[in-house]
Design a protein around this ligand. Structure first.
Ligand code: CTP
Ligand code: CA
Length: 226
């Protein structure tokens, strides 16, 4: 494989990026969500578009500005994200799944605001669909890049997800590490590839991390063509 980094090296590549948290309704005034801001995914989408890719960004609710040059698909829930991603999978070459998808949603969405009652209350939860795992099961020509945000045993959990979801690469970070994870402009990540290769990057801006991820994508795509 050549190491060339021509500017438009992703030209003609159809890329689907997911970003941000999902939002799961409890009642008309309440929902469950998580701390994802969407920064990592938005950086990837913007940089990929700059390098010539046709980018669709499926985004959960965020407060940061949309990247330029990409098609935006707004979703709220994990189920909506699932449907938006599946509808586009056939025509996609590369999926980068940086969204922080809810693993559970309230089993019942109340039509009226829930009223407080004496004593304790329980909100029953049910599992959402694992979007990335489904993509892995239905993989044909696509390259699949997943993320793993962990607080412990990063190596073990990341490699397990790589295998279980049939990914080509997983980008793992320990969100408790200084400069990594939610809300900040930097990240400390390790790439784990299908072929066993591992690459630990230093503390970088999310934009730099995005460039590194896209570099790996290009290398893997060249590998596929050979
Ligand atoms: N993911 C997904 N659909 C879900 C849950 C996760 O597509 N319902 C994707 C995420 O976008 C991410 C990868 O799977 O790219 C790993 O997510 P993560 O939450 O780290 O792993 P889980 O498989 O959900 O396992 P756990 O939360 O128990 O660690
Ligand atoms: Ca999860």
């Amino acid at each position: 494989t050549s190491e060339r980094e021509a500017k438009q090296l992703l030209k003609g590549v159809n890329m689907l990026v997911t970003a941000g948290p999902t939002k799961e309704k409890i009642d008309p005034v309440r929902f469950m969500t998580n701390r994802s801001t969407g920064k990592m995914g938005y950086s990837i989408a913007e940089e990929a578009a700059k390098q010539g890719a046709n980018v669709t960004l499926v985004t959960g609710p965020t407060t940061i500005p949309y990247p330029s040059g990409v098609e935006i698909v707004q979703v709220d829930s994990a189920q909506e994200m699932y449907e938006a991603v599946m509808a586009r999978y056939n025509t996609t070459d590369v999926v980068v799944k940086s969204a922080a998808v809810a693993d559970y949603r309230p089993k019942y969405v109340h039509d009226q605001k829930m009223k407080k009652k004496p004593g304790e209350a329980v909100i029953e939860l049910e599992r959402t669909q694992d979007i990335l795992k489904t993509l892995g099961e239905r993989k044909e020509h696509q390259l699949l890049i997943g993320f793993a945000a962990e607080t412990e045993k990063v190596d073990e959990y990341a490699q397990r997800k790589l295998q279980k979801k049939n990914l080509d690469m997983i980008v793992a970070n320990n969100v408790t590490e200084e400069g990594a994870g939610f809300g900040v402009d930097t990240n400390v990540v390790t790439f784990y590839k299908r072929n066993g290769e591992q690459k630990k990057l230093p503390l970088l801006t999310k934009h730099e991390v995005a460039k590194n991820i896209l570099h790996e994508v290009k290398m893997m795509m060249e590998g596929l063509r050979e």
